[in-house]
Design a protein around this ligand. Sequence first.
Ligand code: KIV
Length: 281
Amino acid sequence: MGKVLSIPDFMRMKQEKEPIVMVTAYNHWQARLAEKAGADMILVGDSVGMVEHGLKDTLGVTMEMMLMHCKAVMRARQRAFVVGDLPFLSYEVDEREAIRNAGLLVKEAGVDAVKLEGGKNRVSTIRAIVDAGIAVVGHIGLTPQTATLLGGYRVQGKDEQSARRVLEDAIAVQEAGACAVVLECVPASLAEFITQKLSIPTIGIGAGSSCDGQVLVFHDILGLFETFKPKFVKSYANGAEYLGSGLEGYVREVKNKAFPTQEHSFAMDEKVMEALKKESI
Ligand code: KIV
C-alpha cells in the first residue's frame, strides 16, 4: 500500500493548480474502483440514502448507516483521503453530540475527516470538532440537508445578497478550521472568486471549472442512478444498461437451461454414485 494522501498534499495541489478528484463511494467494491481509477479523495456521502437505500432525500440517513458504509469503504482504502458525511441532526443539536458522532466515524470506521453542511451558522460546531482533533470538510451553497429552508434544490448565490452570503459562509468555514470546503450549485464566477480568496481547497459540484477540485456521485458518473439527473452531472458510462443486460443474460440462460453447463459444475467418481444408488434401493 502506498502513502495515503493528507491535508498538506491537498494544500500543495491547490497551490500548484493540480485538480483534486473526489468521488463518492459507499461500499467496498465502489471504493476499490475509485482507488483503481486514481481518485484523490473518496466521500462517503449521505447521498447514500438516495442512491443505495432508495430514500427520497438525505434526511433519513442515520449514524448507523454512515458507520456501516464508512467501514466498508475503509476496508478498500489504499491512497485516497476518505471523508465521511455527518448525517442530518447528528451535529446540529449540540457540540458535544457533534464531537461524539464525528469521533465515531473517525474511531470506529477510521475515516480521515468528516463533512458537515452549513456556513456561518456552523462555525462553533466546526471549531469544536477541529479542537477535538478531527479534520472537517465544510459544505456550503446548496446544502441538501436543509434544502427546504433554501426553497428546494436550487442554485445558490445568483443575486448580490445571496452571493455575499455564500462568500461569507466560505470565509467563516475556513476561519473555523475546515481543511477544505465543498461548493455545491453556485455560479461558476462566484466559485472562482471564492477559490481565489480561500487558502483551503474548494471542491465543486455544479460550481464550474475553477474550483480546486471536483466531486460527483459514483452512480451519476457511471449512469447507475436513473431517478433524476441534475444539470451539473456528466455520466461517463451507461452502467444501468450495461449491468442490466448482464443480469438479463443470466435470467435468460437459467430459464432456457443454458446455465449452468459442465464447465460450472463439479464431477465425482461414478463408482461412488453407483454404490450410493445401490444402497438406497
Ligand atoms: O452526499 C454527497 O454525496 C455529497 C456530495 C454531493 C458533495 O455531499
